[in-house]
Design a protein around this ligand. Structure first.
Ligand code: GTP
Length: 593
């Protein structure tokens, strides 16, 4: 046990965690790097260049003639995936805090650092990308010293590109991060921090053995669910799964027990022995509470049950996703899903498509509201169409976040204006170093989920970073805005909005929908309404030309091709009443300028 080191890499998005992790794997000869980014192994991660999932991998490393086992967990940087970070942290004794030498300390650097400090992790600060011509290692060093109050010599300078500093990092991991504690003689306690669905082997559970030892063939059970299984295979995580006879205290590894049903495994649960159980589960991590909700509906209504099982499997690998059945007049049967943010929602939609071949329509996202009725009831509402009758509502509370924005002083003015436009309140501002400022705001979460992040990036030319946590629920003057197509209200397009913005939003949505809904065989009236009052209207004129007219009657194969093409175009279209509505239209409200 004294030769084990469990550590994670935390940083702000794009500061180079995955690249640095790859260099460490290369240096320790764990894998031969053939191309960049071995750890971001999901296609989606490679394409987008972001880490979505945490990845665990084991390395062997020798220092002064002694052999060490290093378990490294690479974590995502985007705020939507910070839950992944918190779970990784729970399995580690130390963390590399990576800061980009050209960008300095950013919003998620700070929030991830606090998370690591809360769990008493030993922090090793690393300034990365020192090879870049615009690197400012001295300034960044000052920022780190201010932030964690360490000695300057504790900070390692490195480059994930050239590999400089990587040997120093590995040495520091062994010398500074404590070995895991725990008692091999005690009953088994293995903390599950992740799980993967594999269609051949069933569910692979990843965890850290906090106390005791687990052997292949042991009878084990999950403390919270009480379900019992045989540990058919146990092992460690190299580039692939590597079976072992045992996993003992302090080790990070996996168990396969042929579990096929996704709902039986809960990330955060503890595994123990059936015949000599531990007396309680390890304090895992807080359950996350999704704050952004949207309807997810199969394009093909007969795929409803498949969508359910796909969501269950996805949930295994993404414990922050929640869902429950709902139905919509416009879209039929589907699920109300809870997400941590918009990027998370996009990623879930893409993973459903790629990993499960499920084509879905997602509706306009909204946050979770607390509705107080005149009878004194308190209801949590995740869907505008689930609101009680307006005459029964006493008031509605909406979630507020406390946001931290770090930016160069040049952009303070436009950023404050943006936040005030979003109904925000400036709490304070302070200089962190030289020209850089940290601003704190209170903002309604509902205003953030729409298009805040893109706007912030564009007004600051990319020089602002943003992090937030939920602060409180506060009363707000919210009203429901409905959209009607040819006179029929489309429940999936309803939104809750602040009353001062409702008419403008209605007008903008009608205009946007007019652009997005293709012309059809008849005129389509698009209207926005508050209660019975129509506040905006647009019309999509009928098509005049018959698409087949240009085929001169006879050419059958050309005609068929054209029809095929049209059919393809109809993918991700949903028939509402007699109107074909494309997926993009359901998200129109997100893209308003
Ligand atoms: P997320 O996990 O998505 O937050 O990103 P990350 O922190 O893992 O960053 P990643 O390793 O994907 O690197 C981000 C970008 O910086 C990539 O384009 C890398 O090629 C580049 N990069 C990373 N490290 C270095 C470095 O030391 N020097 C230079 N010049 N570029 C680097």
């Amino acid at each position: 046990m004294e030769n084990i080191r469990n550590f994670c890499i935390i940083a702000h998005i794009d500061h180079g965690k995955s690249t640095l992790a790859d260099r460490m794997l290369e240096y320790t000869k764990t894998i031969k790097i053939t191309e960049n980014q071995m750890l971001d192994d999901m296609d989606l991660e490679r394409e987008r260049g972001i880490t979505i999932k945490s990845h665990a991998i084991q390395m062997e490393y020798s220092l002064d003639g002694k052999k060490y086992i290093l378990n490294l967990i690479d974590t995502p940087g985007h705020v939507d995936f910070s839950y992944e970070v918190s779970r990784s942290i729970a399995a580690c004794e130390g963390a590399l805090l990576v800061v980009d030498a050209t960008q300095g300390v950013q919003a998620q650097t700070i929030s991830n650092l606090y998370m690591a400090i809360d769990h008493d992790l030993e922090i090793i600060p690393v300034i990365n990308k020192i090879d870049m011509p615009n690197a400012m290692p001295e300034e960044v060093e000052d920022e780190i010293l201010d932030l964690i109050g360490c000695d300057p010599e504790d900070i390692i300078r490195a480059s994930g590109k050239t590999g400089e500093g990587v040997p120093d990092i590995l040495k520091a991991v062994v010398e500074r991060i404590p070995a895991p504690k725990g008692d091999p003689e005690k009953p088994l306690q293995m903390l599950i921090f992740d799980s993967i669905f594999n269609s051949f082997r069933g569910i692979i559970v990843l965890g850290k053995v906090v106390n005791g030892v687990v052997r292949q063939g042991d009878e084990v059970k999950f403390v919270q669910t009480g379900m019992e299984y045989t540990a058919d295979e146990v092992g460690v995580l190299k580039m692939d799964l590597e079976p072992r006879k045992t996993l003992s205290t302090g080790e990070v590894g996996y168990i396969i027990s042929g579990i096929k049903n996704a709902t039986e495994v809960k990330v955060g649960d503890t595994i123990t022995h059936v015949d000599q159980p531990c007396d309680k589960a390890i304090e895992g991590f807080q359950e996350v509470k999704p704050m952004v909700f949207a309807g997810v509906y199969p394009i093909d209504p007969t795929e409803y049950e498949n969508l359910r099982s796909s969501l269950e499997k996805l949930q295994l690998n993404d414990a922050s996703l929640t869902f429950m059945p709902e139905s919509s007049q416009a879209l039929g049967f589907g699920f109300r899903c809870g997400f941590l943010g918009l990027l998370h929602m996009e990623i879930v939609q893409e993973r459903l498509d790629r990993e499960f071949n499920m084509e879905v329509i997602t509706t306009v996202p909204n946050v979770s509201y607390l509705v107080y009725t005149k009878q004194g009831e308190e209801l949590e509402v995740h869907n505008p169409s689930g609101l009680p009758d307006p005459t029964e509502i006493d008031h509605i509370d909406e979630p507020y976040i406390k946001a931290s924005i770090i930016t160069s002083a040049d952009y303070i003015g436009p950023i404050i204006k943006l936040c005030l436009d979003k109904r925000g309140e400036l709490l304070d501002q302070q200089y962190i170093s030289g020209n850089r400022v940290e601003l704190h705001f209170m903002l309604p979460l509902g205003e953030i989920v729409i298009d805040f992040y893109d706007k912030l990036k564009s007004i600051s030319k990319g020089y602002a970073s943003f992090d937030y946590h939920i602060d409180s629920y506060r009363p707000s003057k919210l009203i429901k805005l409905d959209i009607l197509l040819n006179g029929e209200p489309v429940d999936a397009l309803s939104t809750l909005t602040h009353q001062d913005n409702a008419v403008t939003l209605g007008r903008n949505m009608c205009e946007k929908l007019k652009e997005l809904i293709p012309r059809q065989q008849f005129d389509i009236a698009i209207q926005a309404a508050i209660g019975a009052k129509i506040v905006a209207r647009e019309t999509v004129k009928q098509v005049r030309k018959d698409v087949l007219a240009k085929c001169y009657g006879g050419d059958v194969s050309r005609k068929r091709k054209l029809l095929e093409k049209q059919k393809k175009g109809k993918k991700r279209m949903k028939q509402i009443g007699n109107v074909q509505v494309p997926q993009k239209a359901f998200l129109a409200v997100l893209k308003l300028d």
